[in-house]
Ligand binder design. Structure first.
Ligand SMILES: Nc1nc2c(ncn2[C@@H]2O[C@H](COP(=O)(O)OP(=O)(O)OP(=O)(O)O)[C@@H](O)[C@H]2O)c(=O)[nH]1
Ligand SMILES: [Mg+2]
Ligand SMILES: [Zn+2]
Length: 360
């Protein structure tokens, strides 16, 4: 549920002796040694439990699906991106960067405009229409006005599974959760300065349960998270277009002439340049490509080459031969083709426990 200094707060599937429902746990060192980082949202195995003291130790980590990188939350089912219509004002590039981080998980993304009470209804409508063109059906809410939109958001957050609320500091993420569940009593801070930015009031990610937990049912949990201003972009330039819903739908309808099309107005591009976020897409692509090139030229100096988001040893072409692994795969394929039809093993299912759905 939360990471607090050196402790993990773990909620139990079934209450233990004496009705203990939560444990404060340390982490077994072998978890760290095997490179396993525990995130809020992970399902873990606990041992060494001292029931009266409510203490234990996290000993194992279950495979996860859907990891949101920042804020780091595992097993995410929905990402709610919140930006304020005013105080602080919307920055379309920053909003796009948050949306891209959310899209990287492959989960459902809900965009919320907060502080609707601070701007004219016309402006609210304008933004909702604009992002509809990006492929998002946004909810415009205010913590001061009870509204159908707030109820719709409550419904989205009450679905089973984990939802994460993220966005810049000061947009009212904690205020929104307080409006939906006053019992939470989350700390809220004022905005300050010329840009009316937040002051990083929420300091860590924490999961809360919305509504009563029904026996046997998957609980609906929502994470409040600390605001930050500049989400990282994905590393691989080839992934970028697929993270813009308005491009994704056009690319699915009919592809560009070249499979490595950058969608910057090339001949035979199915997308063209006549779309609202084209300038933002171009800007993001330039940033990712520059970092990609810097990484791969640094890699080349060190005798490495970029492959996916990994660096691997660069081989002199004259020395290149088929790797042992691909040789083995080739032999396996040949053996399989020799088998009688119908005697095939079922083909490999994608493994659970990959980083994020889209990467998996
Ligand atoms: N006018 C107006 N102010 C709001 C609304 N929601 C939040 N605020 C104010 O915005 C400020 C920031 O609210 P928080 O809920 O702390 O914002 P946050 O997004 O959780 O910020 P961090 O925890 O720093 O990431 C507070 O002064 C709130 O009172 C709203 O709907 N309308
Ligand atoms: Mg907050
Ligand atoms: Zn194209």
């Amino acid at each position: 549920m939360a990471l607090e200094a050196n402790y993990c707060r773990v909620v139990l599937d079934q209450p233990g002796p004496g009705g203990v429902g939560q444990l404060l746990c340390t982490r077994r060192t072998r978890l760290g040694k095997s490179g396993q980082r525990i995130c809020v949202g992970d399902r873990v195995g606990v041992d060494g439990i001292d029931w009266p003291a409510g203490r234990g130790a996290v000993a194992s980590l279950e495979p996860r699906h859907g990891l949101l990188e920042r804020p780091a939350v595992a097993n995410v089912q929905r990402v709610v991106v919140v930006v304020a219509l005013a105080e602080p004002a919307i920055d379309p590039l920053q909003l796009t960067r948050f949306l891209l981080t959310a899209e990287c998980t492959g989960c459902a993304v809900q965009l919320v405009f907060s502080k609707a009470d601070l701007v004219a209804a016309r402006e609210v409508r304008g933004w909702c229409e604009r992002v509809a063109g990006w492929g998002y059906s946004a909810l415009a809410v205010s913590n001061q006005l009870g509204s159908d939109e707030l109820l719709a958001l409550r419904q989205t957050l009450s679905l089973p599974g984990i939802a994460v609320v993220c966005g810049p500091s000061g947009v009212g993420k904690s205020s929104l959760l307080n409006a939906l569940a006053p019992d939470l009593g989350l700390r809220v801070g004022s905005v300050s300065g010329r840009l009316r930015r937040g002051r990083h009031t929420t300091r860590h990610v924490e999961l809360f349960s919305l509504g009563p937990r029904l026996a046997g049912a998957e609980p609906s949990l929502v994470a409040d998270s600390p605001g930050f201003n500049r989400p990282e972009l994905p590393q691989d330039p080839a992934l970028l277009a697929g993270l813009f819903p308005e491009l994704r739908s056009r690319l699915e309808q009919g592809g560009c002439r070249y499979s490595n099309c950058r969608h910057l107005g090339e001949d035979g591009c199915a997308v063209g340049v006549d779309w609202d976020r084209h300038g933002l897409y171009r800007q993001c692509l330039a940033e990712i490509e520059a970092l990609w090139q810097a990484r791969s030229s640094r890699g080349k100096e060190a005798g490495l080459r970029q492959r996916g988001d990994r660096l691997e040893p660069l081989l002199d072409p004259s020395l290149r031969r088929r790797s042992r692994r691909s040789t083995r795969q080739h032999d396996l394929d040949e053996a399989r083709e020799d088998q009688e039809p119908g005697s095939d093993q079922p083909s490999g299912q994608p493994l659970a426990g990959g980083l994020s759905k889209r990467e998996g």
